[in-house]
Design a protein around this ligand. Structure first.
Ligand code: NDP
Ligand code: 8X3
Length: 251
């Protein structure tokens, strides 16, 4: 059975990706920092879909932990077919001259450096196998910018650049590289962004039909399930009511 390694699988888009790949007979490697949550999802999925799931709980910002987790994969999980670079977050929504530099570090370290560490650790295994697929979860914030989104938008613009760069370099090794860039999806994203303020987070998704994590997971799976000679470079998926970054048509 093929193997998908999904980062940030304890919630939202990552957890939905885990389910759809399992439904389609992939064994899984699931990562997140919250071990209890990711274990719960892993148990549910393995029971429901009868696939094998290896939990690798680590912080993608910790490059030694990333490399160790990949080096220590059980042999039956070491031939990775798909890496979904999903772990990521926004912290704060603040003007540049009022920004919290710890928030900046957290976004840059997770969204850019974490994605790099993961790709650096997993891509050599794909190169050795002469096949594989890296799917990067970008954002509409990596295509456009919106007010007060400064550093989050910058990190997702970096993901967009890395997605294009990786494709240049991994193509000759038979590895596909794609990005899926969502608009507003209701997950834990805004609760995390607003430091646990669930009321404020709820307002982000009120008055319009936002995307569900499953909408993005279906797109990720569709991107991977194209024939081997087809590379879907880049997909932008928006709620119908969000014609651009930073604007939603609310009822
Ligand atoms: P969630 O907050 O629901 O999920 C984020 C996931 O990332 C969690 O599983 C979290 O797990 C994990 N994560 C965060 N930091 C780390 C870390 N340092 N190491 C390992 N895992 C980490 O949000 P979404 O599902 O919405 O976000 C998933 C991706 O989608 C992100 O890259 C986000 O930027 C992107 N995105 C989201 C959009 C949205 O509107 N929701 C729109 C566009 C893009 P844990 O805390 O257990 O580590
Ligand atoms: C998340 C999308 O527009 O809320 O990446 O920043 S947005």
């Amino acid at each position: 059975m093929p193997i998908a390694f999904i980062t940030g699988a304890s919630s939202g888009i990552g957890a939905a990706c885990a389910k759809i790949f399992a439904q389609n007979n992939f064994n899984l490697i699931l990562n997140a920092r919250r071990l209890e949550k990711v274990n719960h999802i892993a148990n549910e999925i393995s029971q429901r879909y009868g696939v094998k799931v290896h939990v690798a709980s680590f912080d993608v910002r910790d490059k030694d932990a990333v490399q160790k987790a990949v080096d220590q994969l059980p042999k039956e999980f070491s031939s990775i077919d798909v890496l979904v670079n999903n772990a990521g977050l926004a912290k704060g929504l603040t003007k540049i001259h009022e920004g919290d530099t710890d928030h900046w570090d957290q976004m840059i370290d997770t969204n850019i450096k974490g994605l790099l560490y993961m790709s650096r650790a997993v891509a050599p295994l794909m190169v050795a196998n002469k096949s594989g697929h890296v799917i990067n979860i970008g954002s509409i914030a990596g295509k456009e910018v919106y007010e007060n989104g400064n550093v989050y938008c910058s990190t997702k613009h970096a993901v967009d650049a890395l997605n294009r760069s990786m494709r240049n370099e991994l193509c000759e090794h038979g590895i596909r590289v794609s990005a899926v860039n969502p608009g507003a999806v209701e997950t834990e994203f805004s609760v995390v962004r607003f430091d646990g303020d669930a009321e404020r987070a709820k307002k982000v998704y009120q008055g319009f039909d936002n995307l569900r994590a499953e909408d993005i997971a279906e797109t990720v799976f569709w991107v991977n399930s194209r024939p081997a000679h087809v590379n879907i470079n880049d997909v932008i998926v928006m709620p119908m009511a969000q014609p651009r970054a930073g604007f939603v048509h609310r009822k």
